[in-house]
Structure formats: structure tokens, C-alpha cells
Design a protein around this ligand. Structure first.
Ligand SMILES: [Zn+2]
Length: 145
């Protein structure tokens, strides 16, 4: 029962999911393209409505600037903007590479993931949990400062 519920609620590795589907492959290219086009020091205008309303950074504040720095090799600056910007290419590049592979290879990769999605779901949960924890800690530090 618990396993069945976990499988239903896991966004990546369910029986019906297809990790290397067209939408995910296209999203990877879009993310990498936006990171390359985005100015590394920002657009000069505030984009975050949460920060505009509350003054506190949301969990994602600085992420686009960080990803922009990562694709330019400015890793220290990327870390300073948002540590998870360093994760963006780790997530996007494999999908971009997968989009260049023959369809049959991607089908076999999807089948392999569907056979045992636990590691992928665990990694997904770890990244999302760490991202939210980072955002919460940063917000608390902002309010206490
Ligand atoms: Zn924000």
C-alpha cells in the first residue's frame, strides 16, 4: 500500500512516466538557452514578485543569474547568487545530450528507469528537499538579520 502510494506520488519514475520524453528534452534546451542569454548580473529589473512583496528572497531568487554564471564558467559567482545554479547544467545537459541520441536508445533508457525508478525518485526528492531547505534557511536568515 505504501509503495503503491509512493509510486503514484513520485513525479519521475512511475510506470506510466517517460523521463526522456520530448517535453523534458525540449525543456533542457530551453533552460540552457535561457541561461546562455540571461545576463550574468541580472536584467536590472526585479523579477521576483515574492521579494517585491515581502522583501525576503524566495527559494529561487538568484537562480537564473547563477545558471547564467555557470554556463559562462563563473562558478564562484554562481555559488554566491544561488548554489543550486550549479545543479542546473547537471540536470539539463544530460537531457540535451539525450535529445541527440537515437530514439531507440532513449526508449531503452526510459525502460531501464521504469524497471527501477527508486534511485531517481530518491535523487529527485533529495534535490527538491535541499532546494526548499536552502530557501527556508535563507529566508529565516534574512528575517533575523
Ligand atoms: Zn525570488
Amino acid at each position: 500500500m505504501t509503495l503503491a502510494l509512493a509510486k503514484q506520488s513520485c513525479p519521475i519514475g512511475t510506470e506510466s512516466s517517460t523521463l526522456f520524453r520530448r517535453g523534458n528534452l525540449a525543456a533542457a534546451w530551453i533552460v540552457l538557452l535561457l541561461a546562455a542569454l540571461h545576463p550574468p548580473d541580472g536584467l536590472g529589473i526585479p523579477l521576483c514578485w515574492a521579494r517585491a512583496v515581502s522583501g525576503a528572497p524566495c527559494p529561487g531568487c538568484g537562480l537564473s543569474r547563477s545558471a547564467s554564471c555557470v554556463v559562462r564558467g563563473r562558478l564562484a559567482q554562481a555559488w554566491a547568487y544561488h548554489p543550486f545554479g550549479l545543479v542546473v547544467p547537471v540536470l539539463a545537459v544530460p537531457f540535451a545530450i539525450a535529445s541527440l541520441l537515437p530514439r531507440d536508445v532513449r526508449r531503452r533508457m526510459n525502460e531501464r528507469i521504469r524497471r527501477d525508478p527508486r534511485w531517481l525518485n530518491a535523487a529527485y526528492a533529495a534535490v527538491v528537499g535541499a532546494f526548499l531547505a536552502y530557501g527556508a534557511i535563507r529566508a529565516v536568515r534574512f528575517w533575523l538579520a
